[in-house]
Design a protein around this ligand. Sequence first.
Ligand SMILES: [Zn+2]
Length: 483
Amino acid sequence: MNDHDNLVREIPLRTACASSDDESHQEEREMYEVKEEVLKEIPLCAVHLGEAIRMMTISRQDNSHIDFDQFEDFLKFLKRTYPKVHQVCQMDVVNQFSVLYHWKSESKEGKPILLTAHYDVVPVEKSSINSWNVDPFSGEIKQGYIYGRGALDDKNQVISIMEALEDSIENGFLPKRDIYIAFGFDEEVGGEKGAKTMASIFKEKNLQFEFVLDEGGAVIEGVIEEITIPVGFIGVAEKGSSNVRIITSGDGGHSSMPTKNSAIAKLSTIINNVEKNPMPAKLTSPVERMFQLMSPYMGKAGVLLNHSKLVFPLLKRKLSKSKTMNAMIRTTISFTMTGGGETENVLPKTAWVNANIRIIPGDTLDEVMEHIKKFNKGIAFEMKVMNREEGSDVSPYDSESYRMIEKKIKQVFDGVDVMPYLMAGSTDSRKYSGLCDKIYRFSAVKMNQDDLDSIHGANERISIENLQKMILFYKILLEEFLG
Ligand SMILES: [Zn+2]
């Protein structure tokens, strides 16, 4: 970035202070000295996150558009910033940029645990640049917040795990069981080279984990109107994300003499039919449990939620009206890309649309495709599976590990309640299925609606206080396995 110098001045860095001895740089030095004062008030963890954000580790579908130097710099940054971790843990770099740490235990009391996160980020859309209050890759710290792409998704988690680990090692702790840390570098584009490859390495070693903890849920406040206390949502399952291309054919020819058999008209009928006929609503076990735990806060509606299974036929109509709740109770089909026709006055012979299908645990992609066929009888079309990803397994929410994570959340966040839920989005964690039946998705960050909107959006930021809480969460979680 060409205004990098400005960034260095904005964010006080130790390296920046040591740079000029020359008298002619007197003015500059004075400025840095002032900043040095400011630095004393900013905790080092915040400076570290700011630094992490400045490396533009942007994931893109097309490999040739990725600046891998930034990823290399990120690995150097980890080594430089967390020397103790690198002295004590075995570090493996997988597929050039994924990072795997292994803190070996002498005593081996129980199965190993795995903490994961990812350090790649989504790009900042050009059209959204003006909505940002700061440069999205500045890592600028102001008014108690660290700003930038990755501040909430998911460099905060990488930094928190590393800070907690470095601190535990510095304090002389030793692990009572093996601890693994895995950082993916391509989560935002599917995690094939990162998490998937790291999972295959674990499989080769026949490892089985006590639990896996990845990003996902968070401590949510002020999002559900009736619930006035903060709630920690632990994702115990996630929906699958598959893509199917629907292709129609029609008579080509000149647009001045159209037939009634056009490919685009057929396609639009199909799209309409699918939108009018959603997949049937289903109550999965984590959602039923979430409703039960929510019920005391929900006034009159609480009675229904407490018996959601019994009254589901009634409840589902209400829930379908909210896009968040609708996504939690059914497989959804969204049309995301379309094409067909290249010239203004020629009827295309084929047209296509991409259906992004988010599959609830219990449904399958084959069932969804049958559903699409069922509501489009009499129309000729083809369906091509672009990628198949089914819903994840459901992890137990009464296990000892779940309870332990719940306890830690309650220790860190005052007055919080904890509930399991089903994630509509997907994470790297699904790649570790088969290695563990207790996969939990939770980021120890308190978020309101604005924070949620900033993820993949404008003004992504985390408060210093929030970052410190996240580190504390990992510290007390690790302590459980240290002696
Ligand atoms: Zn993420």
